[in-house]
Design a protein around this ligand. Structure first.
Ligand SMILES: Cc1cc2nc3c(=O)[nH]c(=O)nc-3n(C[C@H](O)[C@H](O)[C@H](O)COP(=O)(O)OP(=O)(O)OC[C@H]3O[C@@H](n4cnc5c(N)ncnc54)[C@H](O)[C@@H]3O)c2cc1C
Length: 500
């Protein structure tokens, strides 16, 4: 089939999936009103794959059929192909202003990452590597829409996995694995075709039953998704410019004796291999996340500037300094993306040569997670995503708050602005520095949707926790070689003083 159309994407969601929202089992997600506008948003991106202006970035010829397939599946064999991937990812991110974390190209990148390390996945049981490769080809050729879920439920984080009711293997049969338990969060699940279950927290030697990598259709018997409240409550695009378009949905995935057929299992019960997956992948997933995060940073910087301009703050030096700092973050982030491209290319090259270096075992810290980048392997991309972007997004949100202040909430609705009784008074008191009230309020509503409404609050939570808790992540850096080499440099200077 190759690339699918928006219509095919939506039709593909009509199946027996079990999606619960607000106490209701949604029989047909394609007809559920709060999912309509975000589905249309994704459908538009699928349609773009056929349009002359986009197809060069969004697709590449399938290695098996030569037909166009999504460039998010491209496993590069040259640096130019890394850049091709990146063009596709930037284009998709720009089409949604970086506001959708789980654009389908994200998990596509993860499936490509797994396919690229099929030798590792199959090192003890060759079939797992073959399954990962076959699944990659299936997703690519059918243009499947995927989500993923990594994190165990959050019951008592002071305790180990057994206290979290994590997803576990309860039985193995000739047909496959039987699984029960839950995974905490899966963005886009209600409107995806498939879910990939992949590693996050490293597992310990006695945690074999919690150790598995696989993919399943969202519509699988025994698998239920319970969604959070939706943020698209049907308000106009004027009143809720972002939540009316980009609310991708989050759900807890609950497994009740679910059969995962062997051909969909890419690893099971093998703790060592499982823990080596994150350190060994080339990093397409991180690259996509970095690009999307940088595009969103550009957008948020733009919003901050619009808000400042609307009320004349761009003329005041204090606010210029804050806006300048955001622009500096954008510059730095764009520079880091250039470095990421080279880093990912190095990883791909080394994998092809068979000389890829996984992070040393010391980078696994029980209870904290895994520092799976090492200098020269994914460390720049990892640091951009785990450390720089959460802080830069927080700074952008804080700056928008300072630029907008009371104006962010003192925004009558579209209906108020259309009410003839209120028109003159609103025009008078809510006009901006050099713009009419409609325009000033439109900008303020955009800003508040981006940082304050349910949508905006989630958006910051997403950036903050996307790649794990950034405070934990900073602790993980304590184990990185960087600290050792920096300390050695300072120590050498101290020692030289003693010699004088
Ligand atoms: C808006 C939003 C959307 C998200 N979408 C997705 C998604 O689509 N798919 C997805 O997989 N995740 C998603 N996440 C989850 C994200 O990966 C996590 O929030 C992040 O990794 C931090 O984990 P936590 O929320 O469990 O935080 P916390 O409860 O703070 O736990 C994290 C810390 O707890 C400790 N910990 C101990 N044991 C465990 C354990 N067994 N599992 C995890 N942590 C443990 C570790 O120190 C770890 O760093 C999303 C999160 C948000 C906020």
């Amino acid at each position: 089939m190759g690339i699918k159309s928006g219509k095919q994407y939506i039709e593909g969601l009509r199946d027996d999936r079990l999606i619960y929202v607000n106490g209701e089992l949604i029989r047909d997600v394609t007809k559920y009103p709060p999912f309509q506008r975000v589905m249309q948003e994704l459908a538009r991106i699928y349609d773009r794959q056929r349009e002359a202006a986009y197809k060069d970035a969004l697709t590449y010829p399938s290695p098996t059929t030569s037909q166009p397939v999504s460039s998010s599946f491209l496993i590069p064999s040259t640096f130019e192909e890394v850049q091709w991937r990146m063009r596709g990812e930037r284009t998709r991110a720009e089409l949604t202003n970086g506001m959708m974390g789980r654009l389908p190209d994200y998990t596509n990148a993860e499936v490509a990452d797994l396919a690229a390390i099929r030798n590792l996945l199959g090192r003890n049981e060759s079939r797992f590597g073959e399954h990962a490769w076959n699944y990659y080809e299936l997703c690519r050729e059918k243009d499947l829409t995927l989500t993923h879920t990594l994190v165990d439920p959050q019951i008592d984080r002071s305790k180990g996995i057994e206290a979290q009711e994590g997803l576990r293997i309860v039985k193995e049969t000739s047909a496959g694995l039987i699984l029960t338990g839950a995974r905490m969060l899966s963005t886009l699940a209600p409107i995806s075709d498939e879910i990939l279950v992949a590693p996050y927290m490293p597992r310990k030697p006695n945690e074999e039953i919690y150790t598995m990598v696989f993919a399943l259709p969202v519509a699988t018997p025994g698998l239920r998704f319970i969604c959070r409240e939706t943020y698209d409550a049907g308000r106009s695009a004027y009143d809720r410019p972002l939540s009316s378009r980009y609310d991708e949905g989050d759900a807890i995935a609950v497994f009740d004796n679910v059969l995962v057929p062997w051909e969909r299992v890419f690893g099971a019960r093998d703790v060592d291999t499982y823990n080596l997956i994150s350190p060994s992948i080339p990093g397409f997933l991180l690259l996509q996340a970095a690009i999307r995060g940088v595009v969103k940073l550009r957008f948020m910087t733009g919003v901050a500037n619009l808000v400042a301009k609307a009320v004349g703050r761009t003329e005041m030096i204090r606010y210029q300094e804050m806006l300048g700092a955001l622009a500096a973050n954008v510059e730095l982030a764009e520079g880091l993306l250039v470095a990421c491209a080279h880093e990912i290319w190095e990883n791909v090259r080394k994998l092809a040569e068979g000389s890829s270096k996984a992070a040393p075992p010391t980078s696994f810290i029980p209870g904290l997670g895994s520092m799976y980048g090492v200098p020269g392997k994914t460390l720049v991309t990892l640091t951009l995503v785990r450390i720089f972007l959460p802080a830069a997004h927080s700074q952008a949100v804080e700056t928008i708050r300072m630029m907008g202040s009371s104006g962010l909430i003192m925004t009558p609705t579209e209906k108020d602005l259309c009410n003839p009784d209120l028109h003159d008074v609103l025009q008078h008191y809510l006009r901006g520095a050099s713009m009419p009230a409609q325009e000033r309020v439109r900008i303020m509503k955009l800003a508040w949707d981006a940082i304050g409404e349910q949508f905006g609050s989630r958006a910051l939570l997403y950036e903050w926790f996307f790649a794990g808790d950034p405070i934990n992540n900073r602790i993980l850096y304590y184990r990185a070689d960087t600290n050792v080499t920096c300390t050695a440099m300072a120590q050498a200077f101290v020692d030289s003083l003693k010699e004088q």
